[in-house]
Design a protein around this ligand. Structure first.
Ligand SMILES: Nc1nc2c(ncn2[C@@H]2O[C@H](COP(=O)(O)OP(=O)(O)OP(=O)(O)O)[C@@H](O)[C@H]2O)c(=O)[nH]1
Ligand SMILES: [Mg+2]
Ligand SMILES: [Zn+2]
Length: 220
């Protein structure tokens, strides 16, 4: 009985890996950059996107992942950008089969960058390949500086770490040196960016990094 359960689990994962491979192949052919934003509930993922979409020079689209509601998609739609909301109905992470369906709603010829906002969760979204070019860790000062070492997997996997709520740093006694030191120890290659989503400080630096990734992807 136990053996049977394991084999079913494996086949479901294998099927999802196929979806991820297909997404990656198609987006590579089209030269569309796909970024998978991962962070705790309330870390500031949607706020980061709102600030980015209002300023960016590339053509963007967004896939929103949430357990319930279309609230984040409504926020993104008000920025005038194509958006699809996925409701996982209890699922604590996005999977490639869900993302694949969502991508079908976009006119991909008119898109340069697709942002996927994963379900608010610092743990398992890091385990799942969505066919993205890279994962981005989004953390806020209000969560505390100890998160990289306590939740190391995402920090190992990501290409960039965006620290939000820079403005709150003094009020929550955020230890900046500790945070970035631990990120460096876990992943010396990760790009480190600090933003204040309320004033927009740091958003240009983040957008420059996204543009660099897009250029790199399209370079012959
Ligand atoms: N002070 C301050 N507040 C921020 C900043 N970024 C986001 N917030 C606030 O933090 C709260 C949560 O922000 P969201 O962008 O909805 O967070 P999220 O990561 O998308 O949350 P989920 O989708 O639920 O996982 C909101 O009240 C934002 O206004 C920031 O840089 N500074
Ligand atoms: Mg959100
Ligand atoms: Zn999960």
């Amino acid at each position: 009985m136990a053996t049977k359960r394991v084999s079913v689990f494996k086949s479901v994962l294998a099927a999802d890996e196929q979806f991820a491979l297909r997404i990656r192949r198609e987006m590579d052919e089209r030269g569309v950059l796909v970024l998978n934003l991962i962070g705790s509930p309330g870390a500031g993922k949607t706020s980061l996107l709102e600030g980015s979409l209002r300023r960016c020079r590339f053509r963007a689209a967004v896939v929103e992942g949430d357990i319930a509601t279309a609230r984040d998609a409504e926020r993104i739609a008000s920025c005038g950008v194509p958006v699809v909301q996925i409701n996982t109905k209890g699922g604590c992470h996005l999977e490639a089969n869900l993302v694949s369906k969502a991508l079908g709603a976009f006119e991909l010829d008119k898109i340069d960058v697709i942002f996927i906002e994963n379900v608010g969760n610092l743990v398992c979204p890091a385990e799942f390949d969505l066919g993205e070019d890279c994962k981005v860790a989004v953390c806020s000062t209000a969560e505390g500086a100890d998160k990289p070492l306590k939740y190391p997997h995402l920090f190992h996997e990501c290409k960039a770490v965006v620290l939000t709520k820079k403005d709150l740093s003094p009020y929550v006694r955020f230890d900046r040196e500790l945070f970035w030191g631990d990120v460096e120890a876990l992943n010396g290659k990760a790009v480190k960016i600090e933003v204040d989503n309320l004033t927009g400080e740091g958003i240009d630096t983040w957008l420059e990094w996204v543009e660099e990734c897009l250029e790199q992807k399209r370079r012959p």
